[in-house]
Design a protein around this ligand. Sequence first.
Ligand code: ZN
Ligand code: ZN
Length: 197
Amino acid sequence: MDILTPKIADITVEGLSLSGDLTGEELGLADADVSIRGTVAIGLDLRAIERTLYVTGVVEGTAIHQCVRCLKDFDDPVAFSLRVAYERELKVTASASKRDDGRKKKATTPPEVEQDEQNDDLYYFTGDQLELAPMLREQLILASPMHPLCSEGCLGLCARCGKDLNEGPCHCVVDQTGSPFQVLRTMKEKLRESGNR
Ligand SMILES: [Zn+2]
Ligand SMILES: [Zn+2]
């Protein structure tokens, strides 16, 4: 069975376990999303409770990120658990939104809140099988750092010469010719020189 497209009919109350190693390509990850080194190990448990399919599982592997400071690629371990729910996509009728004109609003009518208290990410499916790749792709992107750093103390690149300062200091001496103090100093020296004459 294809781990990424289990049949709805196979997902029961007893649950269905899926596991496997998948490449970024198989997950539909583009280079712009997250680069995966090798494969990610995925273990999922799918369970049907009434009409909702619950997917729990773990994702483990190694992602390649580019450090925002020194711009070097570095390996970053990925390990997270996920918990999402799938519901069959229903044809949305236009009447639902049009009715919201305020006229029929009664103070005694509470909003129909019958949703689960669980904060599972909700996905939708159509047809007779689940498409897990887009969900896994999204979860992997969500799990990625917004500002990847190769290390907390990464020194980054010299703004002037571009040298990676993690490899040692560069030879850019703090140039003071442009600073106002240096300009003053130079002027004073010149005045002194002319005064001595
Ligand atoms: Zn870095
Ligand atoms: Zn420099």
